[in-house]
Design a protein around this ligand. Sequence first.
Ligand SMILES: Nc1ncnc2c1ncn2[C@@H]1O[C@H](COP(=O)(O)OP(=O)(O)OP(=O)(O)O)[C@@H](O)[C@H]1O
Length: 221
Amino acid sequence: MVRFDNVGMRYGVGQEVLRDVSFELPRGSFTYLTGASGAGKSSLLKLMFLAHRPSRGMIEILGQDLSRLPRPAMPALRRQIGVVYQDFRLIDHMSVFDNVALPLRVAGNPEPDIRAHVEELLGWVGLADRIRATPPELSGGEQQRVAIARAVIARPRLLLADEPTGSVDPDMGDRLMHLFLELNRIGTTILIATHDIAMMERHRAAVLRLVRGELVLGGHG
Ligand SMILES: Nc1ncnc2c1ncn2[C@@H]1O[C@H](COP(=O)(O)OP(=O)(O)OP(=O)(O)O)[C@@H](O)[C@H]1O
């Protein structure tokens, strides 16, 4: 599903922020990515959602070797990957409903199906009464839940989430984790970057641990 082989990454002409990173995520797996602030978690996710190219090494995503992927083929691959960005990246002038509906509209789903599906998911993440609001009217935790709903609504084959429970209280964190586990149960491969040790202890899964840009043996969450 995902394979990294001796991958390095740098920003511009700077030093490598990731070095010799090798790992595999089997199809249908659920994995945490952890490490201190600045260790390279977000950078690793950027490589996985095709926002940045490696400086060396081989990356395979959903069976595609990225170094051989023609540029025109990138959007189709990218659409199979759901991403929860650390800074949410919601579209401020669009309603909560329209933000979450976007991936389904891009995929050409019929509008009545979209409505039912989006309303159900927003209810699940506790935002039923915020459907018509726009992101700037929401709290950080509410925006985070919209970002998660948008990332999971189209049932991506791969879900990448950067600190997805960082702005919510523990009860909502558990609720969101159940959403991820449910998505995982129906086949999505999941990688969650997190500092939340309590969460990793409550919901055990495989762990990739970064220390200053290098992967070290992870152990358990
Ligand atoms: N756009 C950028 N340009 C240059 N350097 C960057 C850029 N983004 C991140 N870095 C550097 O890359 C290194 C890894 O940062 P990254 O954001 O991947 O870490 P992180 O583990 O996700 O941290 P956090 O938990 O604080 O989000 C850091 O040294 C950071 O300063």
